[in-house]
Write a protein that binds this ligand. Sequence first.
Ligand code: SF4
Length: 301
Amino acid sequence: MNSYYRDYSDYLADTFGPGKIQKLTVNTRLGCPNRDGTIGRGGCIYCNNTAFSPEMGVGDDIVDQLEASRCFFGRKYSDMRYLAYFQSYTNTYGDMDRLMSMYRRALEVDDVIGLIIGTRPDCMPDELLKELAILNGGAKRVIIEYGAESSHDETLARINRCHTWAVTEDAVMRTSDVGIDVGLHFILGLPGETEPMILKTIERINTLPVSTVKFHQLQVVKGTRLARMYESGGLQGCGMMELTVEKYLDLCATIIGRLRKDIAIERFVSQSPADLLIYPRWGLKNYQFTHRLLGILASRR
Ligand code: SF4
């Protein structure tokens, strides 16, 4: 908790009541319609899914994955409660009965109090939302996290997202209309984006019924199209702004000053595995970044 912005732990406490809550990542291997040709081919230019798929929890059965992780965390805190986090790839992509059975099974695991489902905004049909709203109606909660990445259609085209900002806005409205909390994910420093463009995105977020946001710096990761662009033309070849940690801290502090105060910020940075990360290599842990950011916010008061 801090006095500068609503942080994610505040959101969790307000939503689920006091007590320790841990996210447990599950790997569904559902794939992505922007890779298999259904919506697009080749995926987003920065995407190497192994960079954000934690090793823990990898296995075939959802319940086995959750039980293994629960066992690990439960040893430390017996009163811990859990959220099953469907993080990698597009977790609403597939046969609806199969998806719903997967979500229901996750919610049946002891001490799992809710689901966080990460997906693309163009992969949320109304029928699925209706079913998710029913799951959300009982003692357990469902939260949907959409990868928005930018509010600028020219950026979305440049990074091969294969959806527009209007699609994100529509998904957010439809999800909020059925009573499900919405989180949005954004990448800062995308090719062609300037600080005023990023701040325009913050203005646009403020108009939407969003509960949480996540930001992270654009990372050039091995095995991606962005990495090939970087290797052949450097930052200029990617159309990227230079991302020094000082510049990025300053940007995050400005964002905090502009974002609606009821929207909780879950994080500002992400760390791809060191052996995959090409740029920027800050070598900072999340908590170290946040500590420096809070120092800047204090100095601006
Ligand atoms: S970032 Fe997400 S939407 Fe883009 S290609 Fe990767 S899995 Fe698909």
